[in-house]
Each structure stands twice: as structure tokens, then as C-alpha cells.
Design a protein around this ligand. Structure first.
Ligand code: COA
Length: 259
């Protein structure tokens, strides 16, 4: 039924697996559309009490938005891409009345880190790596990274990650509060399910309200997301963004000129 995601429902827990392992599960248009459809299912299907988002294969959770789709974008199309992601996927995850937990099984970079951060909380395997490497492309995060990362890890660490593009490992992600638990790769899904079994045994209406109120507490300036969408789009009109994305696809280092 889906081309780029796998789903399985067990014990009222829907496991959603982004399934493009050859491209490290990068989020292309189809993945975004299919995640949107499956999220509607999470909202509406009474036999789903909670969901897990994970990635296919041993290497990556999601290595970001699909850079090969960036080539033709200008500022308007860049903002539209970001806004569509927010409306169809990232905000829908955050505002889901049912818990959606990220089981991060490898690289969670750019849109992958942002996807994990949109989830209600995160577990990861000990080989996971997190980062916001958009600056390497002459861009900034466009799926909520500038807004959700400071809320989760504090301004200083978020600033360092977004400005340097450096990755952090699982132990550091645990230390700074980006993930709640680190497990072996083999134990990751089972430990996530164990937590969800506990949550699923509680009253659904109380869980929905708890999510809503906890989101209200952490979303002081919801306008920040709109400003990020605009700034992400604006950067597509720069020469450096063209250079950055082209250099990635040509497997070379970018030469930035400040234009
Ligand atoms: N978009 C599109 N394709 C991607 C991708 C992305 N975000 N991330 C990885 N891929 C593709 C690679 O182009 C490569 O495709 P190919 O085999 O057709 O050449 C394949 O996935 C495997 O990636 P590769 O780079 O060869 O693996 P690696 O182990 O050498 O490096 C990473 C792994 C994660 C460090 C590297 O893939 C990377 O830096 N990815 C981009 C991360 C990023 O900038 N994300 C933010 C985007 S906004």
C-alpha cells in the first residue's frame, strides 16, 4: 500500500518504519505524503493507541530531507516545502492525541533529527548520531529544528549544533536530554514497546490532555516555527545554498562566498 514506509500494528502500537535504506531513509516528497497519510490513520483508527517511528536498516533513522529534491527550489518553493512538512507531518506528530515515540536506530540528521524531536519523546540505539548539518549546505533547519532543539537541550547546546553542523553521539544525546534512553540496537524497539505498554494502560483521554498541556508548556513562541519556514525558504535564493546542495550531490566540499 505504501512505497516508502512500512507499518505493523501489534498490541495497539503502530510501528511506522521509514523504508529507503539505500538513501539512508531521506525524506523525499513521497515519504512526507505517506507519513501524513499514516498519521491520519493514527489519529482516526481506534485500535491504534500509540505509535513508534523508526528507520529501516542498521545505519540510519533518517539522514535528513532528500537533498536531491533541493536543486530546483527558490525561496517560495523552499518555504512551501517546509510549510508542507510542518502541516502534514511534524506538527501533526507533535499535536497527536496519541503518543508517538521515536526509536532512533542510526543517523538522525537534519529532517531526521527534527522528525525525532517532533515526537513526544525519544529512545535511541548506541550507534545513533544526531545533528543539524544544514549549514554545510548553506541552509538552516526547516522542519522545526531551530525551535524544538533549544526547548529540548537548552539554547547553548542547540546553538552549537545548528551553527557547527557537528554530530553528537548517543551518549551525548542522553547527557543533554535529547533522548530518554540508550539501548543496544537489538533492544531498541522492545524497550520502546515496553514503555508504550505502560502508557497504553492509562486512560486515553487523560493521555491526550497530558500531551496537549505539556506541549502548551514548551511552546511559548509558536510564531518561531513560521519565522523558520520563511528564513529556510529565503536561503534557497542564495548562491551558497545552490553551491552547498550541488556539492553534496557531487560528493565534494562546498566553496561558500557569502552570496
Ligand atoms: N538526501 C539525499 N540523499 C542522501 C541523503 C540526503 N539527506 N543522505 C544520504 N543520502 C544518500 C547518499 O547520497 C548516498 O546515495 P548514493 O549511494 O546514491 O550515492 C546514500 O544515501 C548513502 O549515503 P553516503 O553519503 O554514501 O553514506 P556515508 O556513510 O558515507 O555518510 C552521512 C552518511 C549521513 C554522513 C551522509 O550521507 C550525509 O552527510 N548525508 C546528508 C546529511 C544531511 O546533510 N542532512 C540534512 C539535509 S537538509
Amino acid at each position: 500500500m505504501y512505497q516508502t514506509i512500512l507499518t505493523s500494528l501489534e498490541e495497539n502500537i503502530l510501528t511506522i518504519t521509514v523504508n529507503r535504506p539505500d538513501k539512508l531513509n531521506a525524506l523525499n516528497k513521497t515519504v512526507v505524503e505517506e507519513l501524513s497519510t499514516v498519521l491520519n490513520e493514527v489519529y482516526s483508527n481506534a485500535s491504534i493507541r500509540s505509535a513508534i517511528i523508526t528507520g529501516s536498516g542498521p545505519k540510519a533513522f533518517v539522514a535528513g530531507a532528500d537533498i536531491s529534491e533541493f536543486g530546483s527550489l527558490n525561496s517560495q518553493a523552499g518555504s512551501a516545502l517546509a510549510k508542507k512538512g510542518h502541516d502534514y507531518v511534524f506538527d501533526k506528530i507533535e499535536n497527536s492525541p496519541k503518543p508517538i515515540i521515536a526509536a532512533v536506530n542510526g543517523f538522525a540528521l537534519g529532517g531526521g533529527c527534527e522528525l525525532a524531536m517532533a515526537c513526544h519523546f525519544r529512545l535511541c540505539s548506541d550507534n545513533a548520531k544526531f545533528g543539524q548539518p544544514e549549514v554545510n549546505l548553506g541552509l538552516i533547519p526547516g522542519y522545526g529544528g531551530t525551535q524544538r532543539l533549544p526547548k529540548l537541550v537548552g539554547k547553548g547546546k542547540a546553538m552549537e549544533m545548528v551553527l557547527s553542523g557537528n554530530m553528537i553521539d548517543a551518549a551525548e544525546a542522553l547527557r543533554i536530554g535529547l533522548v530518554n534512553y540508550v539501548t543496544s540496537p537489538e533492544q531498541l524497539l522492545e524497550q520502546t514497546r515496553t514503555l508504550l505498554r505502560t502508557i497504553n494502560s492509562k486512560a486515553p483521554l487523560a493521555i491526550a490532555k497530558a500531551i496537549e498541556l505539556t506541549n502548551i508548556a514548551s511552546n511559548g513562541d509558536a510564531d518561531g516555527l513560521q519565522k523558520e519556514i520563511k528564513a529556510f525558504g529565503d536561503l534557497f535564493d542564495t548562491a551558497d545554498a545552490k553551491e552547498g546542495t550541488t556539492a553534496f550531490l557531487e560528493k565534494r566540499k562546498p566553496v561558500f562566498t557569502g552570496k
